[in-house]
Design a protein around this ligand. Structure first.
Ligand SMILES: NC(=O)c1ccc[n+]([C@@H]2O[C@H](COP(=O)([O-])OP(=O)(O)OC[C@H]3O[C@@H](n4cnc5c(N)ncnc54)[C@H](O)[C@@H]3O)[C@@H](O)[C@H]2O)c1
Length: 384
């Protein structure tokens, strides 16, 4: 990932590298265990020193599994600790804002999971707090780090596809129709598929093609989710399990997005179906999550054909990660922590940052509003 040129006043001071960056994980659930902790283990410039979770039993288990000394059920303890340089926030969405703002107040660098908050108002407040505290801030928009996505960005930016005309994204999952826990309630999650899945695709679309100027969208909920996995009754879901967007980019390209968790037959070893493509005036190129080391490329007169992603796009240049180790659709996720720690030690802004999280959130919010009003909405400018 390239470094973003921030205004000099916004450069965080590089953190001294003689000692590893001491990271505290806040929210020790699934994504921390699958993505963030293995990523910290791979990075010799970082060490995991603290863990937090509201669930004391889970925390006790993680203390043991992750071998951390400082544990607390209170995020404030981790944010205030002199033994923590940076935090990774991976709690349910409704808690992100208070934790991120506390971390900023204590001068900690912050990587926060997506969606950054429940709405753009919350996210703007988080962005301003982190920016004004001069800490590194990063949004965990995972799929920007897929090798095929990085290569696609290179091709689009270098003009290999000509003038971009259409962007198209499909994210189809075949998930059980049982409860999603906190994820299925608006006051805890904000929205369903739109904030959980499609928001990543809003982000990488804007990374590839620049700002989205206007959108209209539609949402639907099919599964009531009134039973937990082990059969206990629960309150029905009030969030979408299908989301769609029709949009226009400032550059003139069109965009179409569709996401669902109810696409029967799209299991694909747990990774589901993901297809994102750009049709330009000279050619088309396609990213697919389940084969992230290959893209499909085609020009007029040729069918789309696989092209192996060149080695330089398989991982960040300096990272010691061996791209041949592990499942390709899993291991690029470790590069988020690499980028976060690189930004801290190099004293630069992380990419993607909270501003990117805000840009994506504004689009996602507009989708909800446009559907409620059954009309198109203009996004307008968002000052940095
Ligand atoms: N970037 C990605 O690809 C990706 C993937 C999965 C999840 N996520 C995001 O990560 C976040 C966490 O998701 P998850 O799947 O790990 O959820 P999870 O439910 O497995 O874990 C969340 C954990 O946070 C704990 N928690 C709840 N409130 C807390 C609080 N106030 N303080 C401390 N701990 C608290 C819970 O006990 C739970 O263990 C969500 O925002 C989600 O959208 C992102």
């Amino acid at each position: 990932m390239g470094s973003r040129q921030l205004h000099p006043a916004n450069y965080p001071m590089p953190t001294k590298t003689s000692q590893p960056i001491r990271i505290g994980i806040i929210g020790s659930g699934a994504v921390s265990d699958y993505h963030h902790v293995p990523a910290i283990r791979l990075d010799p410039r970082a060490t995991l020193t603290a863990a937090c979770d509201a669930n004391a039993d889970l925390l006790a288990k993680r203390k043991n599994e992750w071998d951390v000394n400082l544990v607390s059920t209170d995020p404030e303890v981790i944010c205030a600790s002199p033994d923590v340089d940076a935090v990774i926030i991976a709690t349910p969405n409704f808690t992100h804002r208070a934790i991120a703002e506390s971390a900023a107040r204590h001068g900690k660098h912050i990587m926060c999971e997506k969606p950054l908050g429940l709405n753009a108002g919350e996210v703007r407040s988080m962005y301003e707090a982190a920016r004004d505290a001069n800490v590194v801030h990063m949004t965990a928009f995972t799929y920007r780090f897929a090798p095929s996505m990085r290569y696609l960005k290179h091709l689009v930016g270098g003009g290999a596809l000509g003038e971009p005309r259409h962007f198209r994204s499909q994210r189809f999952l075949d998930w059980p129709e049982t409860s999603w826990g906190w994820r299925q309630y608006q006051h805890l999650a904000g929205a369903g598929d739109l904030f959980d899945m499609t928001i990543h695709r809003i982000d990488f679309a804007q990374d590839l093609l620049g700002p989205i100027a206007r959108v209209t969208g539609a949402l639907a909920r099919f599964a009531p989710r009134t039973r937990t996995v082990d059969g206990k009754p629960c309150e029905p879901s009030n969030v979408d399990d299908w989301s769609s967007i029709l949009g226009e980019f400032t550059c003139g390209a069109t965009g179409v997005w569709e996401g669902t968790t109810l696409a029967k037959g799209y299991g694909r070893d747990g990774f589901g179906h993901e297809w994102a493509e750009i049709n330009g005036s000279e050619g088309s190129a396609v990213y697919q999550l389940h084969e992230p080391n290959t893209i499909l490329v085609g020009k007029t007169g040729q069918d789309l054909a696989p092209v192996t992603v060149p080695a330089e796009f398989l991982k960040p240049a300096e990272s010691p990660r061996n791209p041949a180790d592990g499942k390709p659709a899993t291991v690029f996720r470790y590069d988020l922590v690499w980028e976060f720690v690189s930004a801290i030690v190099e004293g630069r802004g992380a990419v993607p940052d909270f501003y990117d999280g805000l840009r994506a959130q504004r689009v996602a919010d507009a989708v909800i509003e446009s559907y409620a009003q059954r009309r198109w909405l203009e996004l307008g400018e968002e000052p940095r």
